[in-house]
Design a protein around this ligand. Structure first.
Ligand SMILES: Cc1cc2nc3c(=O)[nH]c(=O)nc-3n(C[C@H](O)[C@H](O)[C@H](O)COP(=O)(O)O)c2cc1C
Length: 179
């Protein structure tokens, strides 16, 4: 079982469906005594990876001075990672993708994360809209040697907070307890 979990929540909409799904996971994880570091990445200043490889020569330290270091520090202590995002044009949000790309800084040093989960919400009535994000998540997981801890997609959501009362919240809470 995982003890230290990092959650990146990628929606710019505060208190929206994705935040609530992520919070349900946090509630479950906290009830099970786990340590949680939650980052709402859309509230942070995170630049895109420049591919300059400065980090490879500087023990994982990125050349950019922005809000990414606390996330990388948390990842260096985490055994599990949760990515939470609404579907934006059949992918994850640009804000969470910026943070994911910056994991590059830890590629050489490595990170202790062993398991990862994906939480998504979308407007479409089926979870087909999340297909490419699930595929991306699985390919990153294989590449970085994370076991898949779970994938939850909550479809048919448009308005802020519409997820209240939906079964996916209970699923996310259970995942938080058991991850
Ligand atoms: C810019 C933008 C792009 C979106 N693209 C899609 C999409 O491609 N497929 C889909 O099913 N829903 C799409 N949606 C709907 C959101 O995924 C959905 O309403 C989600 O629950 C919003 O999450 P939030 O409340 O956390 O912001 C889009 C919404 C926005 C604002």
């Amino acid at each position: 079982m995982s003890k230290n979990i990092v959650i990146l929540s990628g929606s710019p909409r505060k208190g929206g469906n994705t935040d609530r799904l992520a919070q349900a996971f946090v509630d479950g994880a906290k009830a099970a005594g786990k340590q949680i570091a939650l980052f709402r990445v859309a509230d942070l200043k995170i630049g895109g990876c420049r591919g300059c490889n400065h980090c490879f020569k500087q023990q994982g330290v990125c050349v950019q001075k922005d809000d990414m270091p606390p996330i990388l520090d948390a990842l260096c202590k985490a055994d599990a990672l949760v990515l939470a995002s609404p579907v934006y044009y059949f992918g994850v949000t640009a804000q969470i993708k910026l943070a994911i790309d910056r994991f590059y800084a830890l590629l050489q040093e490595g990170m202790p994360v062993k398991r990862a989960a994906l939480l998504m919400t979308c407007g479409d009535d089926s979870d087909n809209a999340a297909k490419s994000s699930i595929s991306m998540f699985r390919q990153i997981s294989t590449y970085l040697k994370w076991d898949e801890a779970g994938i939850i997609v909550a479809p048919g959501l448009h308005n802020q907070g519409e997820i209240v009362g939906r079964t996916e919240l209970a699923q996310a809470k259970r995942l938080g307890e058991n991850v």
